[in-house]
Design a protein around this ligand. Structure first.
Ligand code: PLP
Length: 402
């Protein structure tokens, strides 16, 4: 009999969003008249910007002509997009990243999940708690529920930032602005992690999927703004949230050429080459049409349009923050992030608060405990709905006798 990868059986079975959907469906069946507002799932709601749509149409037309048709593209992404990314996301912001350090992908979920392919199985992996579940699950898939996975607890007393680990990890996942807590790391805090990684020869996997939501100029938008980070960090970026690409699928990963690892035999190997090898073996590149769409994000009109989209969502975050402030509830995030991390009032646990918010206010959010045990007692609200629905949800919460 063939064998399966039994580590899969150790994964947390009930996926958070299906558990939420089940409860919502049950409630809707009993109360079909209820006008439910969803401030739960982190999907965007605004349509793609006009310049992106225009670029996609043009690319589709190119595919219809013999002279301009494209088949297999470069596995790492087309030069036209890698150059724009290097220039606009990095060089113009004072960081020197070259196009061949950029790998265009089909989503940060894939890349943050697949990066484990190039890492040895002996590594001690540090993951924050609460956390975006992909980092944890992708490691459980290869290691099982192993003692090599070390959870860095992030609690309220530390502003939901992890404390420096007591035992040295080889690999550290960091995500700022953070999903789910909406918290950010300032330059000094991020520098501490970069210095720690350099000193301990650890690798930082830095997920910057929400960098576009940073308003505060003092908050680094890329880990490479910190000196030395090119020697210790891989960064993941996505077009999903800033440009509405959740259904189109495009992202990129930065693997700097200065980032080297030691082999067991004492040799040196570049992570850039390893990731290149992994991608060219298992990934055919993001579609041409999609990469032209992503390129349009960097045009002057595209930059203007995505800026407006982000501002739209951040206005929602502001509305939620204002409402919760008036309610005198404790919360984090929402200033440089589309996520607001709320402390469940009255010491309620996450699922009790979920049920009461749904039943009494007809609002769906995400129970914090779904992101890890340290999320218990907290709740995530997102800024990705419309102004009208967000305003209505805030009104319902403000008028809640709780
Ligand atoms: N990283 C974080 C922290 C996320 O919250 C998400 C999506 O919600 C992703 C990555 C995945 O992004 P993508 O749509 O690029 O796969």
């Amino acid at each position: 009999m063939f064998r399966i990868n039994e580590n899969y059986l150790q994964l947390n079975e009930s996926y958070l969003f299906s558990a939420i959907a089940r409860r919502e469906e049950k409630f809707s069946a009993l109360h079909p008249e209820a006008n439910i507002i969803r401030l739960g799932i982190g999907d965007v709601t605004l349509p793609l910007p006009p310049s992106v749509i225009k670029a996609m149409h043009k690319a589709v037309d190119e595919m219809a002509e013999k002279e301009t048709f494209r088949g297999y593209g470069p596995d790492q992404g087309y030069g036209f997009l890698r150059e724009k990314i290097a220039e606009i996301d990095f060089r113009q912001r004072g960081t020197d990243i070259s196009p061949d350090e950029i790998f265009v992908g089909d989503g940060s979920k894939s890349d943050t999940g697949n990066i484990t392919d190039i890492l040895g199985e002996d590594n001690i992996i540090a993951i924050t708690d609460p956390v975006y579940p992909v980092y944890l699950d992708s490691n459980v898939m290869r290691l099982g529920n192993s003692s090599k996975i070390m959870l860095l607890s992030c609690g309220e007393k530390n502003g939901f930032l992890p404390e420096m680990p007591s035992q040295r990890p080889d690999v550290i996942y960091l995500c700022y602005p953070n999903n789910p807590t909406g918290t950010v790391m300032n330059r000094t805090q991020l520098k501490q992690w970069v210095d720690y990684a350099l000193e301990n020869k650890s690798l930082i996997l830095f997920d910057a999927a929400y960098e576009a939501f940073i308003r505060d100029r003092e908050i680094p938008r890329s880990i490479y703004e910190i000196e030395g980070a090119k020697k210790c960090a891989i960064e993941f970026r996505s077009f999903s949230k800033n440009a509405g690409f959740t259904g189109v699928r495009c992202s990129y990963t930065v693997a700097p050429k200065a980032l080297a690892a030691r082999t067991a035999a004492g040799g040196e190997v570049l992570l850039n080459s390893l990731w290149n090898r992994r991608q060219s073996t298992k990934f055919n590149g993001a579609p041409y049409i999609v990469q032209r769409a992503a390129e349009a994000v960097y045009s002057p009109e595209g930059q203007q349009e995505v800026g407006e989209m982000v501002a739209y969502y951040m206005r929602n975050a502001e509305m939620i923050r204002e409402g919760l402030t008036q309610k005198q509830w404790t919360f984090f995030g929402g200033e440089n992030s589309p996520y607001i991390w709320l402390k469940c009032p009255g010491g309620m646990d996450s699922w009790t608060f979920f049920d009461r918010l749904l039943e009494e206010r007809h609002i769906v959010g995400t129970p914090g405990v779904g992101f890890g045990s340290k999320g218990e007692g907290y709740f995530r609200l997102t800024a990705f709905n419309s102004h009208d629905k967000t305003a209505e949800a805030v009104k319902r919460i403000k008028g809640w006798e709780l």
